[in-house]
Design a protein around this ligand. Sequence first.
Ligand code: BYC
Length: 473
Amino acid sequence: MAINYNEKIPNNVNLTDDRTLQRALEHWQPKFLQWWQTMGPSDFAAADIYLRTAVGVDAAGWASYGEVRMPDYRWGIFLADAEPARTVGFGDHMGEAAWQQVPGEYRSPLRRLIVTQGDTEPASVEQQRLLGHSCPSLYDLRNLFQINVEEGRHLWAMVYLLHAYFGRDGREEAEELLERHSGDADKPRILGTFNEPVTDWLSFFMFTYFTDRDGKYQLKSLAESAFDPLARTTRFMLTEEAHHMFVGETGLSRVIKRALEVMTELGTDDPAAVRNAGAIDLPTFQRYLNFWFSSSLDLFGSEVSSNAASSFATGLKGRPDESQYDDHRCVDVAFELAQPDRARGIKTESIPLRNAMNEVLRTSYVRDCELGLKRWNRQFERAGMGQRLALPSPRFHRAIGVWAGVHCDPEGAIIDESEFRRREGEWLPTAADRTFVKSLMRQVIAPGKMAGWIAPPERGINSLPIEYEYVRL
Ligand code: BYC
């Protein structure tokens, strides 16, 4: 269905046919804009930015590009086209018609999933709000704002579901999505990672590589939902999400490229020399990677989870690409889970597969993360350098699940707390690392110019040259 841009709230859900819903959303709209003004990107409201805007929901040609001021961005409600006669693809309701309304008995857990998803979207905008002041180039500044406006739209996507399907409770939840704030002592965001500061661009690229990728896995599993409006909403969100991970992957690859150039010029891989030359040394890169990867692993929830089991059983949340599996019911199937035992060893226990769904998702996520590592390590190989980056063990530095509070080294061996504390500075960013990385973050806004710590991208946006003035200040 085409997107109607003639209305106050662009949409492809025939909003004009439901005056009550339209009024409720039009009532929420100024509150969203007020939130954007106070909690969204600091400054740049008057800048013309080369942004893409969704104009359709087909995979081909779904977006148009042009100069837009962020406050004028047309945030709206876009669902992927309905699949005719769609049926539930997993769990106890497998084969039944997908639901167009919320079954009363699943109202509360479904609302919880939608609120948790919705909460992350504005959280990420809040986390990134100051980054514009230290952008390494206009190209990067534009990508930051593209991501920010789309996360804003993803908030709209969840707010639409809350308003359209959850009555008064849904409207209240939609208000609260604007009242919790990232890192707020009294009203923080729901999930841990979304309260972590993202105040430098190395963290931003790590976040868009690792944390947005959790988004990909969660959205893919919600795209399987028996609740059809949620499945259709998240399917279209995934189209936009791909660019966010592209920004992370290419951003990190450009940081490595620059470090390798500096190492080759200097003829040394000494971290202090690399830092002196204004690039990011690889041990620092690895520590940032360790931090954001381990924090993002927590976003999958506990390895053993009755919530996950019931979300799967009831059809609320499936596995990403559920069709790749043979068994969609997963009844009486065991999952072998390695976990710490009391004697500080590791034991493997059989648990019901449905209870291990968070771990199933996490395992696929880790495999996906490894692809980037392979590509980055090829950069070292090609440069004839011996160093390699590695993902730490999923047991390392966990705050949620069976490994929370267990001290492990990056290889996954259980160690004493005292040893962990002694060596923490080798494995996780130190205050000195953060000060150093911050010292590199100086705004570069001449078209085509790049900060010294990052290589230029391989190409510009939408076939435009890298030198294009992507943001007119
Ligand atoms: N931090 O059984 P448990 C994205 C809570 S990212 C704090 O272990 P469950 C994006 C959990 O909420 C994708 N709390 O886990 C990326 C529960 O609390 P309640 C976001 C945590 O419920 C970048 C309790 O612990 N979408 O889109 O199976 C930029 C016990 O729960 C954490 C979703 O997450 C944590 N890390 O699964 C922008 C999808 N982990 O309810 C956007 C929706 C768990 O007892 N959410 N807890 O108070 C879900 O599917 C599930 O809620 C979770 C947790 C996967 C998060």
